[in-house]
Design a protein around this ligand. Structure first.
Ligand SMILES: [Zn+2]
Length: 115
């Protein structure tokens, strides 16, 4: 199984290293060799080390953005469900617009969650 991709180091922006320790520690860590030298705890399971490394605190602005995009996406899905794939007469243009906004919101939401 391919391990989950590692997010870049939050301090220097460079790729960290997944390391398997067999001498002074036993298990897996994720670490970066930059000046800060961030490193996870040692985990027996490499996926746990990766999950902890990839965890990022969300600031209030990002959390608000994620909430707004989730609300907008849910609202558009309700609109599409209500009017169906072909929409009501005269609504097709608006549905195309709504679909485009929904797709853009979904992409933005994924990016905001990854940040
Ligand atoms: Zn770093």
């Amino acid at each position: 199984m391919t391990p989950t991709p590692l997010k870049l180091c939050p301090f220097c922006g460079k790729p960290p290293k997944l390391q398997h320790w067999t001498m002074e520690k036993f298990g897996w860590t994720v670490r970066c060799s930059c000046e800060i030298k961030p490193e996870t705890c040692v985990y027996a399971d490499q996926e746990k080390a990766i999950a902890h490394w990839n965890t990022r605190a969300q600031d209030a602005t990002t959390a608000a953005l994620v909430k707004a995009l989730e609300d907008a996406t849910a609202s558009l899905h309700r609109l599409q469900a209500h009017y169906g794939p072909n929409g009501a007469p005269g609504w097709n243009g608006m549905l195309d617009e709504a679909r485009a906004v929904g797709e853009a919101a979904s992409v933005a939401l994924e990016l905001a969650k990854e940040a």
